[in-house]
Ligand binder design. Structure first.
Ligand code: SF4
Length: 378
């Protein structure tokens, strides 16, 4: 019996403080709340293993995200991973990623993660200019990022991602290029470059409204995206998704699951799951999450069973984010299913989507409008 790949996502809902642009569900880290959360999480893992997964189904990836997973002690993270190993069958080459803020770790901390089977570190860097970090209310300094990379290598990590953002308040094309150049000096195997988006109800949105911060400049963001593509390609990184670049062989296997309509289970408050054609999410509230698990109930809500048409729609929308694109017959079947034939024809005529007879993919200009195209095809 063959199995589709399955990934596990663990949402650690704590940070030391909230960055100005961040709209994720999270709480400010407190020792006691973290201990209660870990008890709940262990319980969720056990219940989820019983209710959701065929025994022995191989797990291809485990991803600790957040929040900031590394506000937890290394022993807390390794005990979670050890519980997962007890309950699930991790494939021999399972990718195990931990997201980290550079100022929360040490070499000894990383060594413990490495020894427990973590294979990949993903550092939330955002910018290599201290001034940018201050302007987005993000704690930490560039020197800590540089130190974190040295510590990760000393601890034995070879698979390292840096998360960057562009279009930050006060950032210009030159300073973005400088961030890219300084990031390349650290020789990561993977780089993510996300355009800053202004989410409602964030401090950044308030600052822009009250004109304490400049709003995003779409034209500049496009120039920054083009610069990233040029500079990172020249340095040997392959753009494999709209916002993601990797050295050959280092694409993130966990995130590829999302873009290829693969299956995943998410644990922790607000985590999302997709299994057996059904999407479901956890309640985005730590207290309710804890109470539910204390009562021996999975904290799931918003369960949606997707029809075949809807599953194809999601495969098309997510798959078009991949630079390799999707089989063309999927795009055209989806267009027929949803009455998008005219819009699809227009996107092809405008060469925002290109086809080579077998596959359909966003063109270089289409990549710059990926979100708008996805909205039109939904
Ligand atoms: S560290 Fe990450 S998750 Fe935490 S507040 Fe900042 S952006 Fe949000």
């Amino acid at each position: 019996m063959t199995h589709r790949p399955l990934g596990l996502y663990i949402h650690i809902p704590f940070c030391r403080q909230r960055c100005d642009f961040c709209a994720f569900y999270l709480e400010i880290h407190h020792e006691n709340r973290a201990e209660t959360f870990i008890r709940s999480l262990m319980h969720e893992i056990g219940l989820s293993a019983q209710q959701h997964v065929t025994p022995n189904r191989p797990i291809q990836s485990v991803y600790f995200g957040g929040g900031t997973p590394t506000v937890l002690a290394a022993t807390q993270l390794t005990s979670i991973l050890s519980e997962i190993r007890t309950r699930f069958n991790l494939a021999f080459n399972c990718e195990v990623t931990v997201e980290a803020h550079p100022s929360t770790i040490s070499e000894e901390y990383l060594l413990r993660l490495r020894q427990s089977g973590v294979t990949r570190m993903s550092f939330g860097v955002e910018s290599m200019e201290d001034g940018d970090l201050v302007r987005i209310g993000r704690p930490g300094a560039v020197t800590e990022t540089v130190a974190a990379l040295t510590q990760a290598r000393a601890a034995g990590f070879t698979n390292i991602n840096l998360d960057l953002m562009y279009g930050l308040p006060g950032q210009n094309l030159e300073s973005w290029k400088q961030t890219l150049a300084r990031s390349l000096e650290l020789a990561p195997t993977h780089l993510s470059a996300y355009a800053l988006t202004v989410e409602q109800n964030t401090r950044l949105a308030t600052n822009i409204q009250s004109q304490r911060s400049p709003g995003p400049d779409e034209g500049l963001q496009i120039e920054m995206d083009e610069a990233a593509q040029r500079i990172l390609s020249a340095a040997g990184y392959e753009r494999y998704e709209v916002s993601n670049y990797a050295k050959p062989g280092y694409a993130c296997r966990h995130n590829l699951l999302y873009w290829t309509n693969g299956e995943y289970l998410g644990w922790g408050p607000s985590a999302q799951s997709y299994l057996g054609g059904t999407r479901f999410g956890n309640v985005a509230d730590l207290a309710t999450y804890d109470t539910s698990l204390a009562a021996n109930r999975l904290p799931n809500e918003d369960r949606t069973r997707l029809s075949d048409k809807e599953q194809l729609r999601d495969a098309v929308i997510f798959g078009l984010r991949l630079i390799r694109g999707i089989p063309s017959h999927q795009l055209h079947l989806h267009a027929t299913n949803y009455g998008h034939a005219a819009v699809t024809a227009r996107l092809l005529a405008q060469r925002l989507i290109e086809e080579d007879g077998e596959r359909s993919r966003l063109s270089a200009r289409g990549i710059l409008q990926a979100d708008t195209i996805a909205e039109q095809l939904y």
